[in-house]
Design a protein around this ligand. Structure first.
Ligand SMILES: Cc1ncc(COP(=O)(O)O)c(C=O)c1O
Length: 389
């Protein structure tokens, strides 16, 4: 990988130390060009002229194929969404719930996991069980704690594949092994994974997986995707419905629900420009290579964790073991509010990071375009702040 060359293609890299990909990744020029090109086609050719409308349908099809390729899934198991949370809500609200059905999750989770689960409790009488995990909980403990939480009434295990708070990578294949035989469904939030680690729906064998375009894929906001394992598609009802939710027909009295295909989730119009951007983002990431990216991100994260661990008064909150680590690194400085550290890094060093609420800390996202020099710069800035009286 030629990092210098890649950085030339991502304008943000020339302006700051960008360590906030876990919130929103900086797009390369080619992604924004793909979006602009499509907008130009619509502006000049007429958005619903026959040719442009047809090419818009093609964009939708090829973007869906690109997502399927990224996930090692079939295109008919994938639909385009607005973002990760949109896909998660489609599943949570589309499944039918009985009072007493249990949802198992954990306390490192993002609100996009916990809040939809809470609303199932509030509106449908489901019970949300939140398992306590340390931010660097060892793999065997995770499995033991989750297994302990499962009962005859557990219907769903709902977790992030990579936890946004500490970057802990959940052992999803092993978790699947303990849920599969009990007939428990598995919904994974892939907000922090797509474009970051290799994703293989066949290997993970989960039922549902939701991803965004705007984070590690470096696409734009406003477009993401949802995977549903083929056999599970009929179990998820579309909540927002329009033409795709009924089978082809001539007259309204011939309406019949479309239950078996992902087309039932297509609600009217969507932005072909953003979908073209997503497709280009996937191409950009795949050209670099997801496996190469995964290892490089782990190397950068490991350097940062090593450097931070050497600073008196600084605690690394992320796991140290490589197999449960990712490119997300969280840390805290004794006695200093994480929000203040984030402001300091930006104001004095032009380093963009973010605060995480639980456990309270500062989170740096290390993606392949970041460099060892940037890691050193962050560690030096943190040391400077930790030593300040
Ligand atoms: C684990 C997790 N889930 C969901 C989200 C929300 O993502 P989106 O804006 O794509 O819905 C985030 C964003 O930070 C996240 O980290």
């Amino acid at each position: 990988m030629d990092v210098r060359e890649i950085r030339q293609q991502i304008p943000v890299c020339q302006r700051m130390v960008y360590l906030n990909t876990g919130w929103s990744g900086p797009s390369p020029v080619s992604v924004v060009d793909a979006i602009k090109r499509r907008l130009d086609v619509e502006m000049i050719g007429g958005p619903a002229s026959p040719d442009v409308a047809e090419s818009g349908r093609e964009v939708r099809t090829t973007a869906r194929q690109a997502v399927a390729g990224l996930l090692n899934a079939s295109p008919d198991e994938v639909c385009l969404t607005k973002n990760t949370t949109d896909g998660l809500n489609m599943v949570m609200n589309g499944l039918s719930w009985q009072p007493g059905d249990e949802i198992v999750s954990c306390d490192l989770e993002h609100s996009s996991v916990l809040v939809p689960s809470y609303f199932k409790q509030l509106r449908n009488g489901a019970a949300l069980k939140v398992v306590h995990l340390e931010s660097n909980e060892p793999r065997e403990n995770i499995l033991a704690k989750l297994e302990d939480a499962l009962t005859e009434r557990t219907r769903l295990v709902f977790l992030s594949h990579i936890e946004y708070s500490s970057g802990l990578r959940q052992p999803v294949e092993e978790i699947r092994r303990i849920t599969r035989d009990r007939g428990i469904m598995m919904l994974l939030d892939g907000a922090q994974t797509a474009g970051h680690i290799r994703l293989d729906m066949k290997q993970i064998d989960c039922d549902f997986y939701s991803i965004p375009g705007q984070k590690w894929l470096l696409g734009s906001e406003g477009v993401g995707a949802l995977y549903i394992r083929r056999e599970m598609i009929p179990q998820v009802e579309p909540i927002a419905v329009s033409g795709g939710a009924v089978l082809p027909h001539d007259l309204p009295d011939q309406f019949e629900p479309n239950t078996d295909t992902m087309d039932k989730f297509n609600v009217s119009s969507s932005s072909a420009a953003l979908q073209a951007g997503l497709e280009e983002a996937i191409r950009f990431i795949q050209n670099v290579g997801v496996d190469v990216i995964e290892q490089r991100n782990l190397d950068l994260a490991s350097s940062l964790k090593g450097a931070l661990a050497d600073i008196p008064g600084v605690s690394v909150l992320s796991p140290m073991e490589r197999d449960i680590s990712s490119g997300l690194v969280s840390f805290s400085i004794d006695g200093v509010d994480p929000a203040e550290v984030v402001s300091y890094l930006w104001a004095e060093h032009r380093i963009a990071a973010r605060r995480v609420a639980y456990p309270p800390g500062v989170r740096a996202s290390l993606h392949f375009f970041n460099t060892e020099e940037e890691v050193e710069k962050l560690a030096a800035a943190v040391r400077q702040r930790a030593e300040r009286p």
